[in-house]
Design a binder for this molecule. Structure first.
Ligand SMILES: *[C@@H]1O[C@H](CO)[C@@H](O)[C@H](O)[C@H]1NC(C)=O
Ligand SMILES: *[C@@H]1O[C@H](CO)[C@@H](O)[C@H](O)[C@H]1NC(C)=O
Ligand SMILES: *[C@@H]1O[C@H](CO)[C@@H](O)[C@H](O)[C@H]1NC(C)=O
Ligand SMILES: *[C@@H]1O[C@H](CO)[C@@H](O)[C@H](O)[C@H]1NC(C)=O
Ligand SMILES: *[C@@H]1O[C@H](CO)[C@@H](O)[C@H](O)[C@H]1NC(C)=O
Ligand SMILES: *[C@@H]1O[C@H](CO)[C@@H](O)[C@H](O)[C@H]1NC(C)=O
Ligand SMILES: *[C@@H]1O[C@H](CO)[C@@H](O)[C@H](O)[C@H]1NC(C)=O
Ligand SMILES: *[C@@H]1O[C@H](CO)[C@@H](O)[C@H](O)[C@H]1NC(C)=O
Ligand SMILES: *[C@@H]1O[C@H](CO)[C@@H](O)[C@H](O)[C@H]1NC(C)=O
Length: 539
């Protein structure tokens, strides 16, 4: 019953299906790799058969490969050891494959009760993909100029090639990138190559229906530049201090690295490398004059040359060893003069400025500057000329300062005496004398015109007596100017109480305050008492 059903089904398929072959073998071609095994599968599941025969045809002749009956398997002589045939489902396994195994394989199923069924399948034996390699026509390239032709070759059958830059597929853009497929190779042509074009790295992949193989990473050195040339510092000061740590540095993007030359107003200098130091500039004998300096970068491979912007400056010596000279003799106001002069042992001095006590020194009838400001003469000197004289020598690279302390002796001027004019007998008395003088004055005192033995600024009497009435003359003396100057103060001594005229100011103030306080209390009391007596409102 079951058998009958299957038979009818097969019968039906055979007669209704347009393609009887489709029932036995799957559609399409079978690809297999050289040296491996392939199994040609059927669509059968435990078919009824008397014989299953597989045959091979190379297009001209047909050879039997193997035949199986439910009880026996027979393999042709040529295929012995390379073939097996599954008696259950008719699968034919063949291998290891040779190139000659490519061709048409047909299966024939014979059964006395069922129609003979056949199928055919094409087997393609593919060579394995191997030796995928990229080669360049150039060992190195020059950016923009070179056209690079990369060839990818591989072994294998029915190969298809693809190119990737890193992981990005390389596609022909119709301009710089062109791809051309060959029998077993592919060429990638890059016209006007750029530095970034071929450092992905580049890979080539060869593939057939069964296998894929990638080449080793490939880089091509593309020489470029120099470009983006820069010089630093771009804006140095106009004057550079001689001997200072100053240098110009040049840089440019370039592959291979550029070689640098340095130029002084177009003339080639004896200097190389990326750094031009001030030392080298001065060794070359340059710097004294304002001049332009520039570097040029050259790439030996690209043969390109670029020049940096020109940097202009001059080298200037710093001012050193500034000295100020002034009078060494003792100076006396009104009688001496001074000549201050200022100079430096080395360096270029552009400006000279004179200051007195931090303020600019101004010319006047007594103060005269030399035309070149190297000296100033003060004649005659006065007491106000005392002070600190500063000479400032400067140029664009530094400033030097020196100070001279001027001491003008003068005085003493008329002394001043402070102290009482009238005192009561037995009171103490102190008279103080002072006089403006350089150096400080020494003092002596005279009483009624007669010298005393007091030689200090202060004249003191513990308990004054009537005989102390008279004139006190303070005499100030300056040992340097040899001048003396005096002032006379009169003192009169009175009897006790003679000077107590009325109350003192303090006593008067005390009385006034006491009266005011008493008045305040009185007014306060009046208000307090009024509150205690209830007063009816008149309204
Ligand atoms: C390939 O087939 C041969 C003989 O048919 C067999 O000896 C061998 O084991 C097979 N190899 C594989 C990988 O199936
Ligand atoms: C033949 O095929 C059947 C069913 O697919 C399977 O069970 C059996 O192991 C195969 N025989 C051999 C010798 O491979
Ligand atoms: C190729 O160049 C890239 C980028 O410069 C680098 O990362 C990579 O290592 C190079 N590969 C080879 C094989 O030279
Ligand atoms: C000069 O200056 C550079 C950087 O400005 C510094 O690296 C270098 O040490 C300096 N050389 C001297 C001798 O001071
Ligand atoms: C690159 O091309 C330019 C212009 O086409 C040419 O002047 C130059 O010499 C070329 N450089 C090299 C290294 O071939
Ligand atoms: C002042 O100058 C006069 C003449 O110039 C001189 O005779 C006199 O000695 C001077 N006086 C002093 C104190 O130096
Ligand atoms: C001050 O000194 C300078 C230089 O020594 C000299 O030229 C000038 O005449 C002098 N002036 C006076 C007033 O002595
Ligand atoms: C300034 O002028 C004086 C003459 O007036 C001269 O002796 C001196 O050398 C000059 N100094 C400088 C720095 O030029
Ligand atoms: C000093 O002089 C005054 C007046 O000139 C005179 O009254 C007084 O007696 C004199 N004193 C002495 C001690 O000579």
């Amino acid at each position: 019953m079951k058998l009958f059903a299957l038979e009818s089904l097969l019968f039906l398929v055979f007669f209704t299906g347009c393609s009887g072959q489709g029932d036995v073998l799957p559609d399409g071609r079978v690809d297999a790799i050289l040296g491996r095994n392939v199994t040609l599968k059927t669509l059968l599941d435990k078919p009824l058969y008397a014989f299953i025969t597989w045959a091979y045809s190379d297009g001209k002749e047909q050879d039997t490969v193997a035949t199986v009956s439910p009880t026996k398997l027979r393999i042709s002589e040529a295929y012995k050891g390379r073939v097996s045939l599954n008696a259950t489902n008719g699968f034919l396994t063949l291998g290891p494959l040779k190139a000659e195994d490519s061709g048409d394989y047909s299966i024939t199923i014979i059964h006395p009760d069922v129609d003979t069924r056949t199928g055919e399948v094409k087997l393609r034996v593919l060579e394995p993909v191997s030796e995928v390699a990229i080669e360049s026509d150039l060992a190195e390239a020059v950016e923009h100029n070179s056209t690079v032709v990369l060839t990818c070759s591989a072994k294998g059958s029915f190969l298809k090639f693809t190119w990737t830059n890193g992981t990005t597929p390389v596609v022909a853009d119709g301009k710089r990138f062109t791809l051309k497929e060959g029998e077993s190779s592919s060429t990638l042509t890059v016209a006007g190559v750029l530095r970034s074009d071929l450092v992905g790295p580049i890979y080539c992949t060869a593939a057939n229906a069964l296998e894929t193989e990638k080449s080793a990473p490939f880089n091509l050195t593309v020489h470029y530049g120099p470009d983006s040339i820069a010089i630093s510092p771009p804006n140095p000061p106009q004057f550079i201090k001689s001997g200072s740590n100053f240098s110009l540095t040049c840089s440019a993007r370039s592959s291979p690295p550029a070689t640098f030359t340095w130029h002084h107003d177009q003339d080639l200098m004896e200097a190389s490398g990326t750094v031009l130091t001030l030392e080298v500039i001065q060794k070359n004998g340059y710097g004294k004059e304002m001049a332009g300096y520039a570097c040029r970068a050259k790439n030996a491979k690209t043969q390109r040359l670029v020049s940096s912007p020109v940097i202009s400056f001059a080298v200037m010596d710093a001012i050193v060893g500034a000295t100020i000279t002034g009078p060494t003799a003792v100076l006396i106001a009104g009688n001496s003069s001074a000549n201050l002069s200022c100079r430096a042992t080395a360096g270029t001095v552009n400006t000279k400025v004179w200051l007195k006590d931090g303020q600019p020194l101004t010319a006047g009838s007594r103060v005269v500057f030399a035309a070149n400001m190297s000296s100033v003469s003060i004649d005659p000197l006065q007491k106000e000329d005392n002070g600190k004289y500063t000479c400032q020598l400067s140029n664009p690279v530094n400033m030097a300062e020196v100070v001279y302390n001027m001491m003008v002796n003068y005085g003493p001027e008329t002394p001043m005496v402070t102290g009482e004019k009238a005192v009561e007998v037995k009171d103490p008395v102190t008279l103080v004398c002072s006089a403006s003088s350089v150096p400080a004055a020494t003092f002596t005192w005279k009483f009624n015109g007669t010298a005393t033995d007091v030689k200090t600024a202060e004249y003191h009497i513990e308990k004054v007596a009537y005989k102390n009435t008279g004139t006190y003359t303070c005499e100030a003396q300056n040992a340097v100017t040899n001048k003396t100057s005096s002032y006379t103060h009169s003192l009169s001594v009175k009897e006790e109480g003679a000077l107590d005229e009325g109350l003192s100011d303090g006593a008067i103030a005390g009385i006034v305050i006491a009266v005011l306080v008493a008045l305040g209390i009185a007014i306060g009391l009046i208000f307090y008492c009024r509150q205690k007596v209830p007063v009816e409102s008149p309204y």
